[in-house]
Design a protein around this ligand. Structure first.
Ligand code: SF4
Length: 413
């Protein structure tokens, strides 16, 4: 759907979020995703991620419909002859379940889907590395795709130019993991682990630590081994340009990421896109800094703007050990229920929660709010100094209204 409105400079794109299971898909929708992409048990990359059964897909489609969202399913293996068995039935089942679109990198799967499940939109996957207008047009004219997902390796000028000339919707990446070898065109994982990156098995060998030699001389040390993985992408500052360019969908990467990551990042971009749209791009530096900070609360890796505005350089590569030092918030728990009269909430514990500490509630569709924990009680009503058993249900007073599934977190010291 093209949401461009004539009285605004900016269009309002779809916010597309990843989900590795039903719980994360519902979280993404609750926190403001317009659409969620996920993988089924078959024919999808990330085959080792927790993928969806057909019953799960039916359930998530019903949930999405209730909330005005769409479901896209990845059918993005690079198929060999033996991979086609059962595919026709699978596509028909996806169509019947209410899936909006499949995402595929195979022209044979595109043709099959158009023939046997014509209600499914076909989105050509980023695996096709579409980096120019001619390729985008060919995808539409020859393969009848309904959306072109642009390669992560497009610069901002390329995204704008291709979107202008492409006869159908375009989708661009805004956040998440990058691949140093052009989105999976890589045999590192195959060679080292016999796990094929193009059939869902990437072992992320680029992120391993290596001893680096120049001839016989080792350049690395035990404390400083070499790695060549990329920093994650974070394109908060570039959202305005993508909206100006009328890109139809902005995609967050990360089907293997946690519920907390999905909630934080989706919520951050939801608020940023909505506010940019409302002010038609006239956002103050202060408000932009606020939104970037909110998005970063969910991130746990070093970030860069990917290939925006121009092709990624060596600043985008991590040459040293990966760390989680950039995690700036801890996910403490989720709200199970809340009594508005007594202001008492039951909370499922995910991390240590201390009495008297100041924490923040992340609530779909609302601004975050903070409060100090005046007391914590266990299920028998005994007061505790801290709650530290994962998944235990404790109670506490929260001075403002929260809802089931709202997330509690705190700034990491
Ligand atoms: S091993 Fe690294 S570079 Fe290769 S496909 Fe996987 S993520 Fe990409």
């Amino acid at each position: 759907m093209n949401r461009k409105q004539s009285d605004k400079k900016l269009s309002k794109p779809e916010l597309l979020a990843p989900a590795g299971d039903l719980a994360r898909a519902k979280v993404a929708i609750n926190y403001g995703a317009d659409a969620v992409y996920l993988g089924g048990m078959s024919f999808s990359l990330r085959s080792h991620a927790s993928n969806f059964t057909m019953d799960d897909i039916r359930e998530v489609c019903a949930y999405a419909k209730e909330h005005g969202a769409n479901i896209h399913v990845t059918v993005n293996i690079i198929p060999h002859n033996e991979d086609f068995e059962g595919l026709e039935e699978y596509l028909k089942e996806l169509e019947a379940a209410g899936v909006t679109a499949i995402i595929t990198a195979s022209v044979s799967i595109m043709a099959l889907a158009k023939r046997v499940a014509p209600k499914l939109e076909v989105h050509c996957s980023t695996q096709m590395s579409i980096t120019n207008s001619m390729a985008a047009k060919m995808m539409v004219e020859e393969n009848h795709v309904d959306r072109v997902v642009l390669a992560r390796e497009c610069s901002m000028d390329e995204v704008c130019a291709i979107t202008k000339e492409c006869p159908v919707e375009t989708e661009a990446f805004i956040h998440g993991g990058m691949c140093v070898n052009i989105s999976g065109r890589c045999t590192l994982s195959n060679r080292m682990t016999l796990r094929d990156a193009n059939r869902g098995g990437c072992a992320q060998s680029c992120r391993w630590q290596y001893h680096l030699y120049d001839g016989e001389t080792e350049l690395s040390t035990e404390e400083n081994l070499f790695t060549l993985g990329s920093k994650d992408m974070m394109a908060g500052r570039q959202i305005k340009e993508l909206m100006e360019a009328n890109v139809s969908s902005l995609k967050i990467e990360g089907r293997m990421k946690s519920e907390y990551y999905v909630a934080s990042v989706v919520s951050g971009y939801r608020h940023l896109i909505d506010e940019l749209y409302e002010c038609d791009g006239e956002m103050s530096d202060e408000r932009m800094a606020y939104h970037l900070n909110e998005i970063n609360k969910g991130e746990n890796r070093e970030v860069c703007p990917g290939f925006y505005p121009e092709r990624a350089g060596k600043d985008s590569i991590i040459f040293h050990e990966y760390s989680n030092n950039s995690v700036n918030h801890d996910f403490l728990g989720t709200v199970v229920d809340y009594d508005a009269t007594t202001k008492i909430a039951h909370v499922q514990v995910r991390n240590v929660i201390m009495k008297d500490e100041k924490i923040e509630a992340l609530m779909p569709g609302k601004d975050n709010a903070t409060f100090a924990i005046s007391w914590i009680k266990d299920k028998n009503g005994f007061e505790m100094e801290k709650a530290n058993k994962p998944m235990e249900i404790v109670s506490m007073e929260i001075p403002f209204e929260v809802n089931e599934k709202d997330i509690l977190r705190k700034w990491r010291e």
